[in-house]
Write a protein that binds this ligand. Structure first.
Ligand code: PAF
Length: 283
């Protein structure tokens, strides 16, 4: 595995790979890799000839007072995990090179960036779309792999790539969960033992929603009430949202309808904000 931190060097290398006729797959990450990330790298490995994993804790997607400074970082461990999962190039740019003084160009997907996560983190998606567009232009991939755990992010990135005619296919890989259902996230390390135990209520809520929908409940009001009861029993600091959207438009619905609905949650336990989601078939 080759490690590159210069943007120019990565662009030259990517151009050579493209000219040799090989398919490039990129996996953008913020590091502190876990099995969720390595599953994305493995998926890129299967669908491309050369895998580029990027590690960059992107300051523009963190709002004031969020966890940018304390976001977990461990490049030595990441190097081993990335290589073992099948990475050929590890791209680790510096903040100074990604965002030189005076940087003022941003990519925004309007509308869908302002709801749900965007309501609680107003500048978050603008930071994500800007950095991902930069990473796509630097690594020139045929495919880019992201996780379903960040469902709204994946929807927004697909929309961005389609609307700006970027020649990269966005692939979305399934959520990887712990044995008790907690979705893997780099932020899980912030949870105390007690919060970690109570955090299983997110997956239990999604399972409850799925079971109720299978038995005929169609009303989002009634589904939300049941979920709120389950979540409140786990004593979260705050439930930011419990939402049901049409997965093709990301519009919130009042009644769930076939063929599918996407249930999404954001819940705070202490200082840690967790998100999760489930794509539910509607009979
Ligand atoms: O999903 C993430 O880890 C980040 O939002 C991403 C896509 C790497 C952009 O910084």
């Amino acid at each position: 595995m080759k490690i590159i931190s210069s943007i120019h060097e990565m662009q030259v290398e990517a151009e050579h790979i493209r000219l040799s006729g090989k398919r490039i797959g990129v996996v953008p990450t913020m590091g502190y890799l876990h099995r969720g990330h390595t599953s994305l790298i493995e998926m890129a490995r299967k669908q491309s000839d050369v895998v580029v994993t990027t590690i960059f804790v992107n300051p523009t997607q963190f709002g004031p007072g969020e966890d940018f400074d304390r976001y977990p970082r461990d490049l030595d461990r990441d190097r081993v995990l990335a290589e073992d999962a099948g990475t050929d190039y590890l791209f680790t740019p510096s903040t100074a090179e990604m965002y030189p003084a005076g940087f003022a160009t941003f990519v925004t997907v309007e509308g869908v960036s302002e709801i749900l996560e965007g309501k609680f983190r107003p500048t978050h998606f603008r930071g994500v779309t800007t950095v991902v567009m930069k990473l796509l232009l630097i690594t020139k991939p045929h495919i880019a792999v992201f996780g379903q755990k960040d469902a709204q992010q994946a929807f927004i990135l697909r929309k961005m790539v389609r609307e700006l005619n970027v020649d990269t296919e966005i692939i979305v890989a399934p959520i990887v969960r712990e044995h008790d259902g907690l979705a893997l996230s780099s932020r899980n390390v912030y949870l105390s033992q007690d919060e970690r135990r109570r955090a299983t209520s997110l997956y239990q809520s999604l399972q409850l929603a799925s079971a109720r929908i299978q038995s005929g409940d169609r009303s989002v009001d009634s589904l939300r009430k049941e979920i709120m009861n389950l979540l409140k029993a786990a004593q979260p600091l705050q439930v930011d949202y419990v939402a049901f959207v049409d997965p093709t438009s990301f519009r919130e619905v009042d009644l769930v309808a076939p063929p599918q609905v996407l249930a999404l949650l954001a819940v705070r336990f202490g200082a840690t904000r967790l998100i999760d989601n489930m794509l539910i078939s509607v009979p």
